[in-house]
Design a protein around this ligand. Structure first.
Ligand code: FA5
Length: 339
């Protein structure tokens, strides 16, 4: 019996010695140490032996079992270490390689101007309203006192989707929409957004640009309130040194109406003026259509071109820079305002 056990042990140890993979090691473990393995079967033989032989036999089987288990454990350590080394070599990481660069973006200069103006007016109690870019003729023109055949429509030609729907030519339709929403209550709003016109592109004109509308309706509103709001905005944007110029103008939705120009230094050093907005006191017809009694309520309104503000603020020579997405141009506006 002892001889059988010694052979069994030698065979197990020899197999363990030759094993090269963890899979093969498991096969040997199952063969010798599992429930139906050779060593366990030898344990089973204990029952067949006379009582006096059992302790000695049990001791030897246990010893064989321990030796095989120990050899298996050591082999496992060796194979696992080898596997670890192999995978470390395969997944080798070069910590000296430069890391990925994460570029910090920034908001578009036009967005920066819009947010700056929003902050200013919100601080003065205005709320921000928005309206659709695909607008109904009714709001874009008719509610703004421009009938179907009004000649002033020519100044704001645009793309009509069908008889009734068009790409809005200004942010003024948001005036009409808000008036109807407010149902005759006093209001104080600004409305930023994109607008579209059949204008030929040049350094100060684009077929698509951005406006911010302002509208205040209350009792006792006068032209002085309008002038104060405009001066506050211009001084906030350009500093107290900048001059503005108010020119009498015509808009069907305001009476009287003005256009406002801001001074700037031209490339040759001379002073020029660039128009930034149109404004006026809200026309009684517009108030009436919006649900306000013009005998009780008055209002002022303005529509400012955001690109024109940005052109002046950052000394930009061509409006088209805002749309061509040249990263070298856009990178100059990182952190210009708080972002
Ligand atoms: C209007 O659009 C009126 N709705 C403004 C207004 C609102 C007047 C409320 C009275 C009361 P106007 O067409 O002038 O007005 O445009 C207003 C501003 O938009 C201009 O002063 C200019 O700054 C800008 N603007 C107009 N056309 C263009 C264009 N093609 N490209 C870039 N900016 C433009």
């Amino acid at each position: 019996m002892n001889e059988t056990l010694t052979k069994l042990k030698d065979a197990a140890l020899s197999k363990l010695n030759q094993v090269e993979t963890l899979n093969d090691l498991e096969t040997v473990r199952v063969e010798y140490l599992s429930k139906k393995g050779h060593i366990s079967l030898m344990m089973g033989k204990l029952r067949d032996l006379p009582n006096e032989e059992r302790p000695a036999f049990g001791q030897i089987v246990n010893q064989v079992k321990q030796e095989v288990e120990q050899a298996l454990y050591e082999k496992k350590q060796i194979l696992e270490y080898a596997a670890l080394l192999e995978s470390l070599q395969k997944e080798h990481i070069d910590v000296t390689l430069p890391g990925y660069q994460f570029y910090q973006g920034s908001t578009h200069p036009l967005t920066q101007v819009i947010e700056d103006i929003e902050d200013l007016f919100m601080g003065m109690g205005y709320t921000v309203e928005e309206g659709p870019e695909l607008e109904n003729d009714h709001y874009n023109f008719e509610m703004m006192n421009l009938d179907k055949d009004h000649p002033a429509r020519d100044m704001q030609d645009t793309f009509f989707v069908d008889e009734q729907m068009l790409l809005r030519t200004h942010t003024s339709p948001v005036q009409a929409r808000t008036m109807l929403k407010m149902k005759g209550e006093p209001l104080k709003i600004i409305c930023p957004g994109k607008v579209y016109r059949r204008d030929d592109d040049d350094p100060t004109h684009s077929h698509q640009f951005t406006q911010i509308e302002g509208l205040v309706i209350d009792k006792n509103i006068t032209f002085a309130h309008l002038k104060d709001a405009l001066l506050t905005m211009v001084r906030h944007l350009f500093g107290p040194e900048r001059n503005i110029r108010l020119r009498p103008s015509y808009f069907p939705f305001t009476e009287p109406s003005v256009e406002v120009d801001v001074s700037y230094v031209k490339k040759d050093g001379s002073i020029g003026y660039i128009e930034i907005l149109g404004a006026g006191l809200v026309h009684p017809n517009v108030l009436k259509m919006g649900g306000y009694d013009p005998e009780v309520y008055k209002g002022f309104a303005f529509g400012v071109g955001v690109e024109r503000i940005a052109i002046l603020k950052y000394n930009i020579d061509d409006i088209r820079h805002f749309y061509t997405n040249d990263i070298r141009f856009l990178n100059q506006f990182k952190g210009v305002n708080k972002i």
